[in-house]
Design a protein around this ligand. Structure first.
Ligand SMILES: CC(C)(COP(=O)(O)OP(=O)(O)OC[C@H]1O[C@@H](n2cnc3c(N)ncnc32)[C@H](O)[C@@H]1OP(=O)(O)O)[C@@H](O)C(=O)NCCC(=O)NCCS
Length: 198
């Protein structure tokens, strides 16, 4: 049986994992919880203008952090965070959407791909100080495992990845995502659609 959002809200331990990264630092990958508002708002507030360009949110403040924490188990989204074990600081927000929009369906048909209920959208953001330090690579297998536990067979990038976000494109390619094609994302510019087969 696949997991659902209620299972995770009732028992966050189901998706909680302790990992060791560079310099033996311990990090925890776990679902976002209602009590995380302050930690999440600090994470969002500290994102640099460059990272905000690549990871767009409607705002980066306390009210948005509160909105995300209040949205747990309300819609189709699963949000995970990565924290430092010692200080509890949030260093990454990872978002899944288990609902594929009509726009996604239409866009992917142009690539010859028929999205189904077995697909999901994914968007990661690691805080500036922790990018390019192997955190994304360390958590990637567990991200795939989460999608798998939710019964998903493919992952697409949420809104694609901006074509000038070379670091992220390199990251996704290295992890096995396939390039599909580009589209004009009205808010931000040209985006590349990519897909991962689990
Ligand atoms: C994209 C992102 C998730 C990658 O995670 P990360 O922890 O920084 O990546 P890692 O350190 O694990 O690096 C994995 C690979 O990514 C690529 N990469 C990482 N940093 C890079 C850099 N500064 N320049 C070029 N490639 C880079 C490399 O291919 C690297 O592999 P290597 O270490 O074998 O060379 C993270 O940088 C991030 O959140 N960036 C800001 C927000 C964003 O762009 N989100 C994606 C929206 S679509």
């Amino acid at each position: 049986m696949s997991l659902n959002l209620l299972d995770v809200a009732l028992n966050p331990q189901l998706l909680t994992k302790e990992l060791r990264v560079q310099n033996n630092k311990k990090i925890i990958l776990r679902p976002l919880e209602v009590k995380d508002v302050k930690l999440l708002s600090t994470f969002l507030k500290n994102l640099s203008p460059k990272t905000r360009k690549f990871y767009t949110c409607k705002s980066y403040d306390y009210s948005y952090a509160k909105e995300l924490c209040n949205a747990i188990n309300r819609y189709d989204k699963l949000r995970l965070v990565v924290t430092l074990k010692t200080t509890k600081q949030i260093i990454s927000l990872l978002e899944f959407s288990f609902d594929i929009t009509n726009e996604d369906y239409k866009r992917f048909l142009k690539y010859g791909i028929n999205l189904t209920k077995n697909d999901c959208r994914f968007g990661p953001c690691i805080s500036d100080d922790y990018q390019s330090k192997g955190i994304g690579s360390a958590i990637f297998p567990y991200i795939i495992d989460v999608a798998h536990k939710f019964g998903r067979k493919r992952i697409i990038l949420w809104g694609g990845v901006l074509i000038n976000n070379k670091k992220a494109i390199r990251f996704y390619e290295k992890k096995g995502f396939k390039n599909l094609g580009t589209y004009e994302n009205l808010e931000n510019g040209t985006s590349l659609d990519m897909i991962f087969n689990i």
